[in-house]
Design a protein around this ligand. Structure first.
Ligand code: MG
Length: 164
């Protein structure tokens, strides 16, 4: 087997609002992410982790936030595009490990739905996906409700010896 590892992170500014998109699900709450797309930090970080693992640039290069076609775009599209690149190179995802940093709402009631959503989006078993949530301990910017952040690591594998 041959392996590649990728890391991605993303931060969005928070503002009072009606809910957050996170890992492809909608969570009704008193906050929303300020963004050109749907503001799904978790899927943005996942996209960058996948692109990073195959050395294919980053989400900003593929989907510039200055492009009108990316306005309010579903972030699942970004993941799907990155996954296409992964598969074209002969790789499969071995696992995805994610951390979301958010002060409110608490994500524990939503973690299993987020995990299932990511697994479905990437055609994985849920056992290959991990989603963890951390508060900001009251410290800015996460703890002061100014930001939401996600970090994602993914491992890709292939049994082809010539994958590149
Ligand atoms: Mg983003």
């Amino acid at each position: 087997m041959s392996y590649r590892i990728g890391i991605g992170n993303d931060t969005h500014r928070l503002a009072p609002g009606e809910g957050l998109f996170l890992g492809g699900i909608y969570i009704p709450c008193d906050w929303q992410a300020t963004a050109h797309s749907d503001g799904d930090v978790l899927l943005h970080a996942l996209t960058d982790a996948l692109l990073g693992a195959i050395g294919a640039g980053d989400i900003g290069e593929l989907f510039p936030d200055t492009a009108e076609e990316n306005r309010d775009r579903a972030s699942a599209d970004f993941v799907t595009a990155a996954l296409r690149g992964v598969r074209e190179r002969g790789f499969e995802i071995a696992n995805i490990d994610a951390v979301v940093q958010l002060e409110a709402p608490r994500l524990s009631p939503h973690k299993s739905a987020i995990r299932a959503s990511i697994a479905q989006l990437c055609a994985l078993n849920e056992s290959q996906v991990s989603v963890k949530a951390k508060s900001g301990e009251g410290l800015p910017p996460v703890g002061s409700h100014q930001a939401i952040t996600a970090v994602v690591v993914t491992l890709l594998e292939t049994d082809a010896t010539e994958a590149s």
